[in-house]
Design a protein around this ligand. Structure first.
Ligand SMILES: Cc1cc2nc3c(=O)[nH]c(=O)nc-3n(C[C@H](O)[C@H](O)[C@H](O)COP(=O)(O)OP(=O)(O)OC[C@H]3O[C@@H](n4cnc5c(N)ncnc54)[C@H](O)[C@@H]3O)c2cc1C
Length: 456
């Protein structure tokens, strides 16, 4: 196991105190309401846990991924959603932009993230999930800008994130494909609460799209179109992503650009929205294109190196959720009496607890090894850490629920939430199967098939 320095241990203690003292008490409410925890974001920002990995020269703490995962694990023991926000505020898009971005891009990201923004990474499309390189979203060069059209789905942070890192196939002025690139787009600040219910008021839409007209003009236009059917008063709402929503945007002259569509009713990690993100003639300055050093032909591969950090972050959230469930189960096993003695005295449960703690330690060792590397984590180590930990978290949270008996199955306790939250990590950020293919392809010296007709 990587030996931690005094400073790293102190950082972990500080994160633990905040997680136990503040974040844990809010976790059930975040899950129940499915509302993005803006108060936790303010707490994290104040504590300096957003943008820890951003260099000091840009206002960050200049820390590495090992420090980030120490904080993420502590947060995840208390609240998986909050831990994922810490991941996105330090790894993933932040890592890619700090490695490949221009000075202006880095400054922009630092400013947003240090103020609490959780960047969104937009890769997955309805027809391009595991086969991400089959994405059809395109960015067409037009003079000094790119025009992006396409549709993504399952984008974490849709509706709450300001910075979006959008992956697209890039075409030059002559319609020749250059490869896959990424583009940075900043959305206006969302109105707190607008992202939660999936229904939007006119004020939400005005705040989100900033149409070039007053609210009273907007109201007049909508009334003229929709007629008496809608009073378009302050109580009037439209379903996000519906035909009516898009019609409304057209009437307000803001149907172009980046549009947040429907939210997925996710099984777990419910305070963090996953939504469709749509691009209709979205214009992006060429200065907002993220150019990997080897150019667009290797764009996807190089940008995905930055994603290895994100994978370690995701693995750490899974680890923290499982560790939190394990600690609850251990305490319960010592306190709950059946047959006249604590249930911890039954060997069946002792072996379960022993297996749980062994798997947790193994996961932590894999994660710390991958995170301790300088620069981006190595693809195989990151994949191995996520493969093992994602499976482990499902097993350990289920075992913890079992140790609680019926009490574990109750929504009055956190176990059922932890089981639901832990289920995500074999899917998001590279599935269990695809990551095994990544490891196997390195072992065998073969390249991962990523196109319809063979190999990259
Ligand atoms: C909670 C959550 C958050 C997410 N956040 C984001 C985000 O912020 N940004 C983003 O871009 N995406 C995000 N995603 C999407 C995620 O990256 C995709 O779900 C994932 O890449 C898998 O794609 P898919 O769901 O379309 O599954 P599919 O690709 O349709 O796969 C279905 C099944 O087939 C298996 N499979 C597919 N191909 C192979 C193969 N070659 N060999 C073996 N098995 C295979 C898969 O492992 C899986 O079990 C998120 C997903 C979830 C659940």
């Amino acid at each position: 196991m990587t030996k931690l320095t005094r400073a790293q241990i102190e950082l972990r203690e500080r994160a633990r105190a905040l997680a136990e003292g503040v974040i844990a008490g809010r976790a059930a409410e975040v899950d129940r309401t499915e509302a993005y925890p803006w108060n936790n974001v303010r707490t994290l920002t104040k504590a300096g846990f957003m943008g820890m990995t951003i260099p000091k020269a840009l206002g960050g703490a200049g820390l590495g991924y090992l420090e980030a995962v120490l904080v993420v694990e502590e947060m995840a023991k208390a609240c998986g959603v909050t831990a994922r926000i810490v991941v996105e505020g330090n790894m993933g898009a932040v890592g890619a932009i700090m490695a490949y971005g221009s000075e202006a891009q880095k400054k922009l990201v630092a400013k947003l993230v240090l103020a609490g923004d959780k960047p969104a990474i937009c890769i997955t499309e309805p027809e391009a999930g595991s086969a991400a390189t089959e994405m059809t979203t395109r960015a067409d060069k037009r003079g000094d800008r790119y025009v992006i059209n396409g549709a993504k789905h399952w984008i974490t942070g849709g509706g709450v994130s300001r910075l979006h890192m959008i992956f697209a196939r890039v075409f030059d002025e002559f319609d020749q494909e250059q490869g896959i690139g990424a583009f940075m787009v900043v959305r206006p600040k969302a109105r707190a609460g607008a992202e939660t219910g999936g229904r939007l008021t006119l004020q939400d839409i005005m705040a989100e799209h900033k149409p070039a007209m007053s609210e009273s003009t907007a109201r007049r236009r909508l009334r003229a179109h929709f007629g008496a059917r809608h009073a378009i008063n302050t109580r009037w709402t439209v379903e996000r992503g519906s035909a009516e929503h898009f019609e409304m945007l057209r009437l307000l002259d803001c149907a172009k650009g980046l549009i947040i569509g429907r939210r997925e009713p996710a099984m777990g990690l419910r305070g963090l929205p996953e939504t469709e993100v749509l691009f209709h003639d979205l214009e992006v300055s060429e200065h907002m294109a993220l150019m990997p050093p080897r150019g667009l032909r290797h764009g996807f591969g190089d940008l995905m190196k930055a994603y290895n950090g994100q994978r370690i972050g995701a693995a750490t959230v899974a680890l923290g959720i499982a560790e939190g469930a394990f600690q609850l189960a251990l305490k319960h096993a010592k306190e709950r009496h059946q047959f006249g003695r604590p249930i911890a005295e039954f060997q069946g449960l002792q072996w379960m607890l022993a297996d749980m703690s062994t798997k947790l330690e193994a996961s932590r060792a894999l994660i710390h090894k991958a995170a301790a590397r300088r620069g981006f984590p190595y693809i195989v180590e990151a994949a191995q850490a996520k493969i093992f930990t994602a499976d482990m978290a499902i097993e350990v949270t289920n075992a913890a629920l079992q140790i609680f008996g019926a009490a574990g199955y109750s929504r009055n306790r956190p176990l059922e939430r932890m089981v639901r939250d832990a289920r995500m990590f074999t899917i998001g950020g590279g599935t269990a199967q695809i990551l095994r293919t990544v490891v196997a392809s390195r072992l065998l010296g073969r390249r991962l098939p990523q196109t319809r007709n063979g190999y990259l």
